[in-house]
Every structure is written in structure tokens, then in C-alpha cells.
Unconditional design. Structure first.
Length: 118
């Protein structure tokens, strides 16, 4: 395929991973979709639906989290929200969070901002 890359990797804890990047997926817009799956379930976020985070705990019903104050977001994540629900934030807001200390001590390790209860 044209403009397509697959990268396999292994995390520090030994878990395998795969990254798929393409501009040649029929029917898909130029967007960003992040899916993380593990032994306890998965998370999915889609740039085309930026207000929504889908959480699928293993063996349980999926949960949908909608961005915005008062929507059950943990305090550490709520401090990163700048606009009320329904108003999309953008790259500028992400950079603002980074500059305001959203990253721990300048390292590449992001702060833990989402911790769904089991």
C-alpha cells in the first residue's frame, strides 16, 4: 500500500505493541485514532470524535466518557480541560497543557490523568 507503515515494538514490561500509520485506508478521513488494549481491557479515542473516550473493561460492559467538567473525570484530568462540554479543544490546548506542567519534570513520561476504577 502507498503511504503505509507498520511498526511492531515491545514495551518495558514486555507487552507487545503495533503501530499502524496509513493514508491509504479506504473510507477513512485523515484522522488520528488511538487504541490501547491490555489484559484488563482497552481504551479507544478517535480524533473525529474528540469528546469521547471509550473504555472496555475485560468481561464487562463498555463505558463511554464524555469530556467536560463534572462528567466523572478524575481531578488530575479535569485541570487539563479549558472549555465547557461541547466546545472542541485543539492542538493549542494540548500544547498549553504541556507547557503548564502536564508532563512530569520535563521527562517523556506523561502524568497519569485517567484511572478508570475496577
Amino acid at each position: 500500500m502507498e503511504d503505509t507503515a507498520y511498526v511492531t515494538f515491545r514495551l518495558e514490561n514486555g507487552a507487545p505493541g503495533i503501530l499502524w500509520v496509513t493514508q491509504a485506508a479506504p473510507g477513512q478521513y485523515c484522522g488520528l485514532r488511538i487504541r490501547v488494549w491490555g489484559d484488563r481491557g482497552g481504551l479507544e479515542w478517535d480524533q473525529e470524535k474528540p469528546e469521547v473516550l471509550r473504555y472496555v473493561p475485560l468481561g464487562e460492559q463498555e463505558q463511554i466518557f464524555v469530556r467536560g467538567h463534572g462528567s466523572g473525570i478524575v481531578p488530575e484530568a479535569e485541570r487539563l480541560i479549558h472549555l465547557p462540554r461541547g466546545h472542541g479543544e485543539a492542538l493549542v490546548d494540548a500544547w498549553a497543557n504541556l507547557y503548564a506542567g502536564g508532563w512530569r519534570g520535563g521527562s517523556r513520561t506523561p502524568r497519569r490523568v485517567c484511572s478508570p476504577e475496577r
